[in-house]
Structure formats: C-alpha cells, structure tokens
Design a protein around this ligand. Structure first.
Ligand code: ZN
Ligand code: ZN
Length: 578
C-alpha cells in the first residue's frame, strides 16, 4: 500500500515515454522558428520530440531520498498534501531522486507550503524550505478548499472558559497571559470576551493537553517542540458544535512568559485565538497568523495584516469607548497606518476634468483593466487609456510620481482599455520575459516596450481554445531545476466570466474550461484583472480584491484557496492626485 503512490508515478513516467502527446512534455520551444510562428504563437509547431525524463540523471538536480521523505511527511502531516489516496510516499530504492521525477502533487504541495510561509516559491526542497519545516508551528491543518469564507461568529460578545493551566507556570500568570491574548483581538475589533464558570457552556474552551485528546488522531500533540497548539474555526451555523472555536495548547511545551527561552504563551495563544475567531493562516511571515512560530518578541504586536484580517470579519472597534482608542489600540496593534483615502469627498472637491477624476481614482467604479510586471521588476497598472508604475515594497502599492501616463506614450501600438496582459516566465523558453496584451479578438506581443513585427494577431490563431475578450490573465511560472531541467512547465490562466482556461504554451493548447467557483471556492465574480506579486496571486474585481493561493493538484485542474475579499485600498493607494 505504501508503494502505491510511487508506482503510480513511475507508471506515469512510463506512459509519457510511450505517448508523444502525453501531457507532460519537455520544453521543445527551441525548435520553433519564430518568424513563421504565426498560427501558433507560443506553441511548438511540430509534435515535440520526446526525451524520456531523467535519461541523464547525473546532469540533473536531485534531492536525497531522505530529504524527499522528510518533506513529504511534513506536507502530509500539515495538510499541504492530501493523505487520502497515498498514505505514504515510498522512497525508491536509490539514494537520490532526480528533481524532474518528483511527483507533480508533491511539487504542488511544496509550492503551497512555500507560498503559505512567505518563502520563495521554487517547488524544490531548497535550504530555505527545509529550514522553515524545522520551525515550531501551529498544528492547524491547511485545507485545500477555502474554509475561511463565512466562518465567523454571528455575534460580537463571546464567552470563554479556561479549563486548566499548565504545570510549569503559576496558574494566575497563565490565566493572565490567556486574557492578554484575548485583549490582543479585543483591541482591534468590536469583539468582547466574557468569562463563564467552569460548568457553563462557553463559545471558546481553552485548555492544555498532551498527546491524543479526543479530537482525532491527526490532531494528537507531539510532545515538546514542533506542534505548539491548534484551534477550531467558529461554527458555520448559529449553534456551536463540539469543538467549534476551541483552543488547545500542547501541554508538553516549555511555555514561558516574558522570556526568551521556551515558547511564549501569549504569542502562541493569541495565534490560536485568531483561528477561534475565524482567521486563516497569513502568508506574511511577520504576521501573528503566519503558521510558524519564530521566537519570543518582547514587544509583540499584531501586524497590519492581522488587523486587516480580523476587521474584514468583524469591522473596526466600536467607537464609543473614547475618541483616541482607535489609534491607541493599546494591547499592541501596530499602526502602519493605511493611507485609506476617503475618495468620495476628494472627488467632489475636485473640479477638474471629470474623466481624469475617475481615472485618477484607481478604486472607482471603472474597473482596473489589467496589471503587468516586467523583467526589471516593475509592476504596471492599466485603466482606460492610462497606466501607472507602482512601487510595491509593501502594501498598499502606490503609484510613482508622474503617473498616470498615456498607454500610447510607452506602448505606442496598444489600444486603450485592454482586457488582460501576461509576462512569460520560463527561463528555459524562448518567450521568457515577453509580454502579451489582449483585447477583443487580438493580441500584441512586446519585448519590454518594443512591439514585435507582425502584431497584433488574432487570439484564435495564436492561442487556440482561448476565447476573445478575456477578463484577466496571469501565468503560473515554470519551475526549473539546476540542470536547466524543467520540473513544471508554465501555464497561462485566462479568466472569462465564470470560467478559467489553462493554456499550455509549449503544447499550444488549452484545457477545457473549468468553473472558477468549483475549483476556487469562494471566489467573487466578476474578475477584471489579476496580479502576481512576489509569492502571491491577487484577483481584482470592482472595488475589491482577493488573495489566492494556487495549489496544482492535477494537470488540467488548478485548485486555489481564496481569501476573503478586501477593499481595493488595501492593495493599492486609490487616489493618485497630489
Ligand atoms: Zn495556526
Ligand atoms: Zn485538540
């Protein structure tokens, strides 16, 4: 049984060798002569010559079987890999595995882990990834489908009880720390917590426990280190069931208060409480809600991302306390003040050209057309006949000075109001770095701001299977191992209405369309633009955006975890006047 997965994978490899049109295929783009590639823009004109994978393992990047096993176990344990079909990844009888023979699911799970933890997404077991897997962490399993959408308490006054404390620390201090952890969230939201007696029913039960503790074998604690605790999300319905909202801390940890050694109780409890209140893990590694514990922080504060997450669910603190309290947010809310411009009042004051007015407000009713990033790291935003260069060190991204500018000032041949754009990201491919713009039934190909000869062309010729007038597009970049070997090929996502299409630029074909809401549960439509920023993907709609974590679980289906929709001003500074 343990051998099943590996056997299946080997069978796939064998199949690939036999079938010339197998879905995995080495990049063969080099054989395309670009000058006559009119009918299949970025596909291979002839059926690619198939080279069996791993023919020259000595030339390839490889990982030790031991490393593979450790990583696979970790990914399964914390939910980054499904454990239903393959309970074990049998390590083949060889000390090293060529990276291009790693199971596709394994790479997907690894990428998910990397995105989730704010690491560079390489799809490979690199040092940064191995190190992150060694950190102590929250034991809450990642779930493949979005679970945070709608999981919130339907009230703001919540009850709790502290069922027990932990032996190494005085009861009184433990209680104080847990109450402080509640305060952390109380300070930045309208939530209020009320303690109830031990015999009463509470919304949130908190306790310390070791090993298995009646909430499933998968949730058993693991002794000192590694898993520190876990908590259960709020009930979906009005009535709380069993474990909903409860918080469990591993009693075998060396819990500590205000000191470097051990595991800081306040930080760990506040993190778990975040889950009890409905928060998902954050992909920002400095956030409290990041999955791993990175040590004691004497001046522990919530990250802006934590604050935004809780406020997206419950809103801002009620103002009645006193006027200064929103900025006081004492318990340690960090105040990286979001420059949320109250755009409405600005616009009415502004008596300039009305067209320009809506255009300078990036979050206005008129949707953003597209984003595109370039090889040099610039990110451009397109809206109507204008574009902006965004500085993107931290969110929200803000337009640089001297913008907006007319699109025609940089990309002379482009029309206004374009539908979508992508930059190709496969360093082994000829098209790497090229930018494609789409509008209506046509597309334009640029090398930075230089158009290539013969454009525009028709979408149906260059991108067979892709509909005209798409809403958004982005790429899932290729993953390349050291020997310049492609581990996972690039795919272009096209979004139109309720559907998405996956385009394989090497094979030159597209998957049959999938319903967005089936594979990206919780996604809000319509989507007008998409952006990939560092490790993260963003889908942009009218006035709102959603972060998505992509998890590839099969060749033609790409599942994603969709975060709750947030206001656009948390992604971009809306008003570009002044
Ligand atoms: Zn957690
Ligand atoms: Zn538990």
């Amino acid at each position: 049984m343990a051998t099943r997965f590996w056997l299946v994978h080997l069978a796939c490899v064998a199949l690939l060798i036999i079938l010339p049109f197998g879905s995995f295929r080495p990049i063969s783009e080099e054989i395309v002569d670009d000058s006559n590639a009119s009918s299949a823009e970025i596909n291979a004109a002839a059926p690619p010559v198939l080279q069996p994978r791993g023919r020259k393992p000595e030339a390839l990047a490889q990982i030790s079987s031991e490393q593979f096993k450790l990583a696979a176990d970790y990914l399964i344990e914390f939910g980054y890999l499904p454990d239903e079909n393959f309970t074990d990844y049998l390590v083949p009888d060889m000390p090293f595995i060529p990276e291009d023979q790693l199971p596709e699911e394994f790479i997907s799970g690894l990428e998910w882990f990397q995105r989730q933890n704010g690491l560079t997404v390489t799809g490979r077991v690199d040092d940064e990834t191995s190190d992150a897997m060694k950190l102590p962490r929250c034991g809450k399993h990642e779930q493949r489908m979005s679970y945070n959408v709608g999981a919130k308490w339907k009230k703001v006054s919540l009850t709790y009880k502290i069922i027990n404390t932990t032996a190494l620390l005085p009861d009184k201090l433990v209680r104080e720390e847990l109450i402080k952890a509640l305060k952390v969230w109380e300070n930045v939201s309208p939530l209020k917590f009320v303690e109830v007696g031990i015999n009463q029913t509470a919304d949130i039960d908190m306790f310390f426990v070791s090993g298995q503790h009646n909430d499933g074998e998968r949730n058993a604690f693991d002794g000192p280190g590694r898993v520190l605790g876990h908590a259960f999300m709020p009930p979906f319905s009005k009535t709380k069931k069993d474990l909903d909202g409860d918080l469990h801390l591993d009693n075998d940890e060396k819990w500590s208060i205000n000191e470097k050694k051990g595991v800081n109780l306040l930080q760990a409890a506040a993190h778990e409480l975040g889950h009890s209140l409905g928060l998902d893990h954050s992909t920002i590694s400095e956030a409290l809600m990041a999955p791993t514990y990175k040590g004691y922080k004497p001046l522990f504060q919530l990250h802006q991302d934590d604050i935004e997450a809780i406020q997206a669910l419950y809103g801002k603190p009620s103002t009645k306390t006193d006027a200064s309290s929103s900025s006081a947010s004492s318990g340690g809310a960090s105040k990286a003040v979001t420059p949320s411009v109250t755009s409405n009042s600005k616009v009415t004051e502004d008596k300039k050209d009305p067209k320009k007015q809506t255009i300078v407000n990036l979050c206005s009713e008129e949707p953003i057309d597209t984003f595109v990033s370039t090889m040099d790291g610039s990110i451009y935003l397109f809206k109507g006949e204008y574009f902006w260069d965004l500085s993107h060190g931290k969110l929200p991204m803000s337009p640089k000075k001297k913008y907006p500018q007319l699109i025609s000032a940089k990309w002379k041949e482009l029309p206004s109001s374009i539908d979508a754009a992508v930059r190709m990201q496969n360093p082994t491919a000829k098209q790497d770095g090229k930018i494609f713009f789409f509008k209506g039934d046509r597309y334009w190909k640029y090398d930075n701001d230089k158009i290539e000869p013969g454009y525009p062309k028709l979408i149906k010729e260059g991108f067979p299977g892709i509909p005209n007038s798409v809403d958004a597009a982005f790429t899932q970049p290729a993953i390349i191992a050291k020997g310049n070997k492609v581990i996972r090929e690039e795919r272009i996502f096209f979004i139109k209405g309720k559907k998405f299409f996956l385009y394989d630029p090497v094979a030159g074909n597209s998957s049959s369309p999938q319903m967005l809401q089936d594979d990206w549960f919780g996604v809000k439509l319509p989507i007008t633009a998409a952006l990939s920023l560092k490790n993260e993907m963003y889908l942009i709609g009218k006035k709102k955006f959603q972060k998505i974590l992509l998890l590839t679980y099969s060749q033609n289906r790409v599942y994603g975890n969709i975060h709750q929709a947030k206001n656009l001003d948390q992604l971009i500074v809306c008003d570009t006047t002044k």
